[in-house]
Design a protein around this ligand. Structure first.
Ligand code: BEZ
Length: 391
């Protein structure tokens, strides 16, 4: 190579480096637009608020910035309504041009969000909805979950109930993805353990007319009942189950959403209930104690599993952003960083599996007064099978 050519190459390399630096500086200088698509009305309203609180708490702990970028929030109330989900998520993507979407609670809404995120290449972090498909057939390198798959707590409880020696179980839930998949996970482990699901009962989401179904349970007289309900519906179900006189005769087990964030309203009717979940009120680790203290200081409320999932969504976003110097368009590098990270969660540190779902301990909890007291680990480092995920 001649001297002239060498210096031309050097000049080109320098120009490219300068362009890269200035792109990264531009990324750092502009605010990161975070689209929060959550329910702020309806049976899951309190869950949406807790997720946002947790997310904001983590951002505040990082000085109000993630990887040096200030945050601008754009909020949409998705009302836990799948029929409005595509329009709602497209507002965030196409009208507001958000850099990343954080949402949501309801599995049916989350599936519409995952489709839109895939179609448009938008970064998505799911801070609750357990829809198995999101980290199954719909998985993508820019879609992450900070919460759980519906299969996980259900499967863990199936093992617990089988080990207790119950043989015949009735399940009861809302008829939509989360209820169906929670029951499916339960059935898989329970039947592997020698039990039998003798009847699957359901009602449409977000209905709370439980009476006829409770009468049916009383007439079947199973050894136990497994259930998935959450939010306002869970409050009503636990109260109705006790009022029907079933609590004294047929033990009730549930995915932990049944009693998380609901105990004030459920009162003594929830006392003693056993549930499985990836968080509890009495972990007593220094990490969890610090989180709980800061949460109470900030919001004058006790945190719940939803707050933890929001908090961890912000942690995951920060990890990815740091790796790409704030430039969220570098999806492969962002994903590589989150995939190899150990996320320092109040629930206990966790990693993500190949399909971007948390690999985590599922605790066995018992309601004692106003607490979901952790009484053991139902399933250690439980990974969702990620069925159908090709990445
Ligand atoms: C869901 O729809 O995936 C869901 C809603 C509330 C709590 C847990 C899961």
């Amino acid at each position: 190579m001649t001297l002239k050519n060498t210096s031309r190459v050097a000049a080109l390399v320098a120009a490219a480096a300068a362009a890269l630096l200035s792109a990264s500086a531009t990324a750092q200088a502009t605010k990161l637009k975070v689209g929060l698509m959550l329910p702020y009305t309806g049976t899951f309203a309190a869950l949406g608020v807790a997720i946002e609180n947790g997310f904001r708490l983590n951002v505040a702990e990082q000085g109000g910035k993630l990887a040096g970028r200030e945050i601008e929030f754009v909020k949409v109330d998705d009302e836990s309504d799948p029929a409005k989900a595509t329009d709602n998520v497209n507002k965030l993507i196409k009208r507001d041009n958000v850099d990343v979407i954080v949402g949501t609670v309801h599995s049916g809404v989350a599936m519409a969000m995952a489709k839109a995120a895939k179609d448009n290449g938008t970064m998505l972090i799911v801070p609750n909805a357990g829809a198995d498909a999101v980290t199954g057939p719909m998985c993508a390198n820019h879609i992450f979950r900070s919460s759980f798959s519906n299969w996980q707590p259900g499967y863990a409880m199936g093992e617990v109930v089988a080990k207790k020696g119950h043989k015949k179980v009735v399940t009861i839930t809302w008829k939509y993805a989360a209820g169906d998949e929670s029951v499916k996970g339960f059935r898989e482990a329970f039947e592997k353990g020698g039990g039998q699901v003798v009847k699957e009962l359901s009602l449409p989401f977000p209905g709370v007319e439980f009476q006829a179904l409770l009468t049916e349970i009383a007439s079947i007289k199973p050894d136990a009942v497994y259930t998935f309900f959450a939010g306002g519906g869970a409050v009503k179900f636990v109260k109705d189950y006790a009022a029907a006189g079933l609590k004294k005769t047929i033990p009730l087990y549930g995915a932990g959403f049944l009693t998380d964030g609901t105990l004030e309203a459920q009162g003594a009717d929830a006392d003693g209930l056993l549930t499985t979940l990836h968080y509890g009120d009495s972990l007593e680790t220094p990490r969890d104690k610090a989180f709980r203290l800061e949460y109470v200081k900030a919001y004058r409320l006790q945190p719940d599993v939803y707050a933890v999932q929001g908090y961890d969504a912000a942690q995951m976003l920060a990890i990815g952003l740091k790796a790409v110097n704030g430039d969220i368009s570098k999806k492969a590098d962002f994903a590589a960083a989150v995939e190899k990270a150990k996320i320092d969660s109040p629930r206990g540190a966790f990693t993500l599996g190949k399909s971007h779902n948390p690999v985590q301990d599922i605790y066995l909890r018992q309601v004692v007064g106003k607490e979901n007291k952790v009484i053991g680990v139902a399933s250690k480092s439980l990974a969702d099978p990620g069925r159908g995920c090709r990445m």
